[in-house]
Design a protein around this ligand. Sequence first.
Ligand code: SF4
Length: 331
Amino acid sequence: MEKILEVENLHVTFTTYGGTVKAVRGVDFHLNEGETLAIVGESGCGKSVTSNAIMRLIPDPPGKITNGTILFKGENLAALSEKKMRSIRGVDISMIFQDPMTALNPTLTIGTQLMEGLQEHRNVSGKEARKKAIEMMDLVGIPNPEERLKQYPHQFSGGMRQRIVIAIALICEPDLLIADEPTTALDVTIQAQILELFEKIQDTTGVSIILITHDLGVVAKIADRIAVMYAGKIIETGTKREIFYKPQHPYTQGLLNSVPRLDLAEELLTPIDGTPPDLFSPPDACPFAARCPYVMEVCDKVYPAKTELSGSHRVNCWLQDDRAKQLIAVK
Ligand code: SF4
């Protein structure tokens, strides 16, 4: 499979009065054409900052991409001018933000908001733009699209607004869609409908998707591969099956154990004790050491190297490193 995106050694910082926050600390991952990669982790782990960095939406100052490359179809986005990025954003790469209630302009009709990106970037006539807008509304399941184009956002429910936001993101036929917590603000039945819509869109258009979420239920439904982030680093990646059935990093295991399960409704949830490290001065060694039930001496001293468990499954944990295994065996 062709790689559409390759992120290597990405570092993003934010300068504040209190010091420098190291929000993303050497992130590496890739996305294949036509697949869905979910980036998961708790709030503040750097997943949204990573997606904003790909879109080059990090406000500079206070934010800065201090290192790394973001290769999109062979072009390093991290090194492009703002003018060039403007021609890529919304056209080749689109983003869906968390809250459909605030993502739309309340003073413009849905039709205007759908058509403006197309007219700006694709140089099409008003008639063609309207035809495409109706097609997109149809694709995302808005009934009676010709009439609905004339309406304003307040005339749509939350779920319908999220469908419109998705239609706007897709109208220029991007190759890459980044969805940042796209179902967080929606109730569960609408969430399920939006997830089904993502699957339908991918089947119809072949778009590659990065899904940013803390919700493992969402991941289980639509992801092909999963990258788990913790304290600004990706600590485990694998296929959905590898991460759900054979998680190897204690943090990934903790995340899965803290998900409520219907078949274990009588049992108490197992939380991950402690809190993530302070990203003003994160540890150079394993950032999960303070919370890890398996912590060893080496974990507090040296950051674990990447261990390849299969062609698709990688983990940064000393428990999986042959050198540590030998040491444990000697002891
Ligand atoms: Fe736990 Fe050590 Fe693995 Fe970190 S490297 S997750 S502290 S066992």
